[in-house]
Design a protein around this ligand. Structure first.
Ligand code: CTP
Ligand code: MG
Length: 249
């Protein structure tokens, strides 16, 4: 399927090193049930009929390796391209976005580190953008109570306050955007960062919020969790084993 205005394109930032996961290959290339995390993530997107093109932002020194990996795994005939990522997640997304054809109107951004996102979440995010939202994030309620603290690494940290947990959501990906909105906030962040005034954001919707846009939340899924620390990989293996046992996935 070709990328046209009728289908969404997805950007997959995959250029991180995975420092919190510990020593080893870049996180996106780490193994989950015999398949790299990145391949799981791209397949999860490719499974959605809403997605026609996937652009992967690979580690800058790993572009050829990622092209080879994606070629050697079946990807439902979807158009998959690879570009070199950047030094931050934000830069990787911006570089991926620049490789999307001009006529594409809806863009999803999905972490390579979320290999098990169910296709229903991908479809729901794309549908909410199609229905008129400029920025959509899937999210789940929090299990833990959250406190804001005055950071003091290694020592006791004074608590500032405790936000009402009922109003908090843990945000996942894919996040969905009108393409013009996402391109505009990334371009503006790049210009304004040059002045050094802005703290980094950890997701794309955060940029939309920063510049006054409206972001809405749709239900996420517990299996869309991010593989960040070693225990997350254990959980991902268990979820995958359960899927394979139940439906030969
Ligand atoms: N990412 C990226 N380019 C970067 C940094 C991160 O494309 N320069 C991507 C990661 O590959 C990942 C996603 O952004 O798919 C979410 O980031 P995170 O979970 O923080 O991954 P890493 O940065 O790889 O992990 P860590 O922060 O533990 O090093
Ligand atoms: Mg990181």
């Amino acid at each position: 399927m070709n990328a046209t205005a009728a289908v969404a394109a997805a950007v997959v930032p995959a250029a991180g090193r995975g420092e919190r996961l510990g020593p080893g290959a870049p996180k996106a290339l780490r193994d989950l049930g015999g398949v790299p995390l990145l391949v799981h993530a791209v397949r999860a997107l490719a499974r959605s009929r809403a997605v026609g093109l996937v652009v992967v932002a690979a580690p800058a020194d790993g572009v050829a390796e990622v092209v080879g990996l994606l070629d050697s795994h079946g990807l439902d005939g979807k158009d998959v391209r690879v570009v070199a990522g950047g030094a931050t997640r934000q830069e990787s997304v911006r570089l991926g976005l620049a490789a999307i054809p001009a006529e594409v109107e809806v863009v999803l951004v999905h972490d390579a580190a979320r290999p098990l996102v169910p296709v229903e979440v991908v479809d729901a995010v794309a549908a909410a953008v199609r229905a008129g939202a400029e920025a959509v994030v899937p999210a789940v309620p929090l299990a833990d109570t959250v406190k804001r603290v005055e950071p003091n690494p290694g020592g006791p940290e004074p608590v500032l306050d405790t936000p009402d947990r009922a109003t908090l959501r843990a945000v996942q990906t894919p996040q969905g955007f009108r393409r013009d909105t996402l391109a505009a906030v990334h371009a503006r962040a790049l210009t304004e960062e040059t002045g050094g005034a802005l703290p980094p954001v950890t997701d794309d919707a955060g940029l939309v919020e920063r510049f006054g846009g409206r972001v809405v939340v749709v239900p996420g899924h517990e299996e869309a969790f991010k593989v960040t620390r070693p225990l997350d990989l254990v959980l991902a293996e268990a979820v995958l084993a359960r899927r394979r046992a139940s439906d030969g996935f």
